[in-house]
Write a protein of this length. Structure first.
Length: 565
């Protein structure tokens, strides 16, 4: 853990929509006066006196926090605006969830805990606040919920008490982020047009294509029979040993939960809309199909087994050095991936293409929800600040995560310093100023250009997510816009599963069953995929192991909870 006590981060919180901009009178709802600070919808929060809030920070190794972020970058700029000092507790992104879990359970949590994907495990312990009790003080959040009819989405994160404990990132529409990138110059040389293939390709057909691509590469002396041409990231070190992103994508293609998606699922539990009941996707025929296809990539010498243990840097370097021809990517990584490979292989000596990833038994995208990771507020904050001080912090959080002003600042930096508006076909478009680039925005540049994320911390993953489609896509290059157009043509969006809302006792029981079950599922899944277990011979043993770990009881209880709601 890295404790950073010199970071001052100013962030602006807006207030309840009925309160006029900048007034300091009592809020009509809740009767909490705004003493010593100003706020308002789409107005900058500012504390008359310096105030300090503690906050957790997920520090990614590929754009690690730098001193300049505090002295002249994102934290300094926000502090100048709001007079709020953030006392940051920084954790490596690889074990961020484990560290905040330990902090919450030990009573050492920060006041503000961003970058949280599931709050279920924290509710019973009382370490985090039911934030839905305080959204009345969040005008930016409340306006978005109303404008885009988000209440049905918020229903999916409510607990048995009818409340929710995480302020989620709010999207106007679901957007798929992660996909795959290929060396289309090598695919083309091997006789394949990826642009045609992606229109209706499946993971099975991708396997066949890659087998032939490797044959071409071997014939050309580009690799040997023993070499792998696919070695992926976000599956090993950052994939928590579960297959991470790759198995999430493949799982969605087969209608099952795997990789990152199995977290918080009580053991791969999904809803069957035809039968109107919950079931375990992890022991389904579709799950067996998924691991069978995944195993075929390894069995036939395509996918490197180290994918499930290695660091992300290792996987990237293999692609940049030309040793592999396919890997996962996302919007934040695309520009860095292109720059990385061109710096090593030389611009003009290689060509990459970001594809709509293959389908399985369906054409569904992995992302279905309009909700994203979000922010928890600790009970410690309420205890130490008191109700009035806590509401002040809530208004600050509202600005930081839900105002257009903060979103633009955290994502792009200050207007006129890092970016400006340009007129393109009569539309005002945000564009970085000359001399700047940003991997986090997918905007590449020359080697001499300054990356505003690396240098100053803008476009980082902690503070900006969600928002309107216009805002969340305002950095999309023509290539990325084209990718989303292809998603619309070739992929579909699955229906969001309903949620069973257990009581604290029911949740505790489900969690006691689910933790060892999920560990068991993940272990067997990887053993099947890398070939340490035979899918056909050992499948029944796997299903029996899940049943011995109460998967049927989890399904039964989940259905009982849902049916009595």
């Amino acid at each position: 853990m890295k404790k950073i006590v010199t970071v001052g981060v100013a962030m602006v919180c807006a207030a309840f929509a009925l309160v006029s901009c900048g007034n300091k009178k009592a809020v009509t709802k809740g009767n909490i006066e705004a003493k010593g600070y100003t706020y308002g919808e789409e107005k900058t929060f500012h504390s008359d006196e310096p105030v300090t809030y503690t906050i957790s920070f997920s520090d990614a190794s590929w754009y690690a926090m730098q001193p300049e972020w505090q002295s002249e970058g994102i934290f300094k700029k926000i502090e100048d605006l709001t007079n709020v000092h953030l006392d940051i507790t920084s954790y490596d992104s690889g074990d961020y969830n484990q560290k905040i879990n330990l902090a919450i359970n030990s009573g050492a949590a920060t006041y503000i805990i961003p970058k949280v994907y599931s709050e279920d495990q924290y509710v019973a312990g009382g370490g985090v606040v039911a934030v839905s009790d305080y959204v009345q003080y969040m005008p930016n959040y409340s306006a978005f919920v109303k404008n885009y009819d988000m209440e049905p989405d918020l229903e999916t994160i409510k607990q048995s008490d009818g409340k929710y404990y995480r302020l989620p990132g709010l999207h106007q529409a679901a957007l798929q982020d992660y996909t795959i990138m290929v060396r289309d110059d090598i695919f083309a040389a091997a006789g394949y047009d990826v642009r045609e293939l992606e229109k209706d390709w499946t993971w099975e057909s991708l396997h066949d294509v890659l087998v032939n691509v490797k044959k071409y590469m071997v014939a050309q002396g580009m690799c040997s029979e023993k070499d792998y041409i696919w070695s992926d990231l976000w599956c090993g070190e950052s994939g928590k040993g579960t297959g991470g992103n790759l198995l999430k994508l493949m799982g969605a293609s087969y209608g099952v939960l795997s990789g990152w998606a199995i977290e918080g699922s009580n053991g791969g539990i999904k809803y069957d809309w035809n039968k109107k009941e919950f079931y375990s996707s992890s022991i389904s025929d579709d799950f067996k199909k998924m691991v069978t296809v995944a195993n075929s990539f390894i069995k036939d010498g395509i996918l490197d087994p180290e994918t499930f243990t290695q660091s992300d840097d290792t996987a990237n370097n293999k692609f940049y050095n030309g040793k592999t021809v396919i890997k996962s990517t996302n919007r934040s990584s695309m520009a860095n991936d292109i720059t990385g490979i061109e710096n090593i292989l030389g611009k003009g000596n290689c060509s990459v293409y970001v594809t709509a990833y293959p389908s399985g038994t369906n054409k569904n995208l992995a992302e279905t929800s309009r909700l994203e990771c979000g922010v928890m507020l600790s009970q410690k904050a309420l205890d130490e600040l008191g109700e009035e001080g806590f509401v002040k912090m809530v208004r600050f959080v509202d600005w930081l995560f839900y105002s257009k002003e903060a979103y633009s600042l955290c994502k792009w930096g200050p207007e006129g310093e890092t970016w400006h508006y340009v007129d393109v076909d009569g539309k005002k478009i945000k564009q970085l100023l000359p001399g700047f680039k940003c991997g986090g925005l997918g905007i590449s540049g020359s080697e001499d250009d300054v990356d505003i994320r690396l240098k100053w911390g803008y476009a980082g993953g902690n503070y900006f997510y969600g928002h309107s489609t216009a805002e969340s896509t305002d950095n999309f290059t023509p290539d990325v816009q084209d990718l989303y157009a292809r998603y619309g043509k070739y992929k579909t969006v699955a229906k969001v599963d309903p949620k069973a809302k257990p009581t604290e006792d029911e949740r505790e029981q489900l969690n006691l069953w689910a933790v060892p079950l999920i560990d068991n599922i993940n272990a067997w899944t990887l053993n099947f995929i890398v070939g340490q277990k035979d899918i056909n011979k050992d499948w029944d043993a796997y299903v029996s192991s899940c049943k011995n770990l109460k998967v049927d009881d989890i399904v039964k209880m989940t259905n009982e909870i849902y049916n009595k709601q």
